[in-house]
Design a protein around this ligand. Structure first.
Ligand code: HEC
Length: 104
């Protein structure tokens, strides 16, 4: 029965981390998920982007910001106390795709 436990643990881990970890392609859906869930910040805080930018409201012009990557990283390193993301990372590209999708 040990094997079942291992399979269960692996499935649970995949469900918890899978969507973010396994996604190789940046996507709006992943960006939305990262935006709305704590995880980019320090593990002891429960803050996410949506805490201060509820559902991305007011960010309709953010995508046209020439410093979008830096702005996102400032918010990650500042209030979220997280690790800044590289511009090429799937997470950063997904966040940018999500913010692009909000542009009016
Ligand atoms: C503790 C509050 C807080 C959190 C959490 C936060 N931000 Fe911000 N953010 C701000 C403030 C304040 C500004 C500057 C004022 C503004 O433009 O709304 C800002 C500005 C921005 C801008 C520039 C907006 C523009 O119009 O150019 C972007 C992009 C942004 N944040 C993205 C994010 C993302 C992505 C996250 C999550 C990783 C995040 N923020 C988390 C407070 C926060």
């Amino acid at each position: 029965m040990r094997r079942k436990k291992i399979v269960f643990a692996m499935t649970a881990a995949l469900l918890l981390y899978g969507t973010a970890a396994l996604a190789e392609q940046p996507s709006v859906a992943l960006g939305m998920q990262l935006f709305n869930n704590p995880g980019l910040g320090a593990s002891q805080n429960a803050i996410s982007c949506t805490t201060c930018h509820p559902d991305g409201k007011g960010m309709e012009k953010a995508a046209s910001n020439a410093n979008l990557t830096e702005m996102i990283n400032q918010c990650i390193a500042g209030p979220l106390k997280g690790e800044p993301l590289s511009a090429e990372s799937v997470a950063m590209q997904s966040l940018e795709l999500y913010l692009n999708s909000l542009a009016k």
